[in-house]
Write a protein that binds this ligand. Structure first.
Ligand SMILES: *Cc1c(COP(=O)(O)O)cnc(C)c1O
Length: 361
């Protein structure tokens, strides 16, 4: 059962944003990050759109990588969380996956592997303190693994920045220095740049990362604090719309929705839109959060309900039941809605519910 609300996906926007990433860090290779169902856009859809134009696809876990192989995706695949058992290491070899080694506990399974991997990435923890080995271990891991059959096609190096979305943050330089120092004498490819590092210029400012790993920018949202995306030339790959299902006239003093948190101060034309928090619209979006109707912005009024929300349509007198309302996307960057709701674009995009219908645009 599908709802009347629609996710419009734009393959052209996705490819345009990848081309933009390439232009911001020329000469690099790109792992396009399509984990978390391609940030809510549909992993198989994104893989199909990007396969021919990306250098590879990147997912979080083996389940995702396997699903891509099962539908015939042949592109190189980087698995960010890597295998957790000998069987999973074998699965990487048999499915032609490039796993990430980031933790001691993964080593026995890797040691037992006899088949070559298409590539093995070692993650160093240079300051994020999430996944990765201490940089001091790079040399000894190399010594231990570079002759191992699994590493026959190459041992590569990656790290992840904690503060790339704040390009001036001193931790960026500290982490890049630690990474550079740790791998200076070692062969292999290097990768550190997420979208924020690409957009801010951190990636192009150093020779250190031949492989980029952009995610959010591919979908059209800016990764940088306080930005939306369009000002960087990014185009939204997802637009969410839902129909107006009721109109009503409110007298001054009339309140709207659960908790009666919003009250009309003047005669108001209100509209009810068929989308709510069960569809992935953020419940914390306050009154005043914009939606778009007939090319104009209108404010949300009252609390978001499970399957509905209400808007002030006084400024759009031509609006009728059945008209389409844009919640975010084309003409209304998801980052603005995220900021209003006290979250980030990533969360809104990844939470869009499967019960919405999907259309190409
Ligand atoms: C998710 C992820 C990325 C992509 O991050 P964006 O901010 O979406 O560009 C890159 N590298 C790693 C390790 C990740 O987990």
């Amino acid at each position: 059962m599908k709802r009347a609300a629609v996710i419009h996906r734009s393959p052209r926007a996705l490819r345009h944003n990848l081309a933009l990433a390439r232009s911001l860090a020329p000469g690099r290779h790109v792992w396009t990050v399509i984990k978390a169902d391609a940030y809510g856009h549909g992993m198989e859809w994104a893989a199909g759109v990007l396969e021919d134009v990306a250098d590879g696809l990147s997912v979080s876990c083996l389940e995702e990588a396997r699903a891509l192989r099962d539908v015939g995706i042949g592109a190189p695949i980087l698995v960010l969380q890597g295998p957790r058992s000998a069987a999973e290491w074998r699965l990487c070899a048999s499915h032609d996956l490039q796993p990430v080694l980031h933790e001691e506990a993964q080593l026995p399974g890797l040691e037992a592997l006899r088949e070559p991997l298409p590539g093995l990435w070692i993650k160093l923890d240079t300051g994020m303190h999430r996944l990765g080995f201490v940089p001091l271990k790079a040399q000894s891991l190399y010594a231990q693994l570079h002759r191992h059959p699994a590493a026959r096609n190459g041992l590569h190096w990656m790290t992840h920045l904690a503060c790339a979305d704040q390009p001036e943050h001193p931790q960026n330089a500290v982490q890049l220095e630690a990474f550079s120092h740790a791998v200076a004498e070692l062969p292999g490819k290097r990768s550190f740049a997420n979208s924020a590092a690409v957009v801010s210029g951190l990636a192009s400012a150093t020779k250190l990362g031949e492989w980029l790993r952009p995610g959010i920018m591919l979908y059209g949202a800016s990764p940088l604090d306080g930005e939306n995306g369009p000002e960087r030339g990014l185009r939204p790959a997802m637009t969410v719309t839902a129909p107006l299902i009721a109109l009503k006239s409110l007298e001054p003093g009339a309140s709207v929705g659960y908790g009666a948190t919003w009250t009309a101060e003047r005669p108001t034309r209100a509209g009810v839109v068929a989308i709510g928090y069960a569809d992935g619209y953020p419940r914390h979006a306050p009154s005043g959060t914009p939606v778009r109707v007939h090319g104009r912005e209108c404010p949300l009024i009252g609390r978001v309900s499970m399957d509905m929300l209400e808007i002030d349509l006084t400024g759009v007198p031509e609006a009728r039941v059945g008209d389409s309302v844009t919640l975010w996307g084309q003409g209304l960057p998801v980052a603005r809605i995220a900021r209003a709701a006290g979250t980030i674009s990533y969360e809104l995009l990844t939470r869009v519910a499967e019960r919405l219908r999907v259309a190409e645009s």
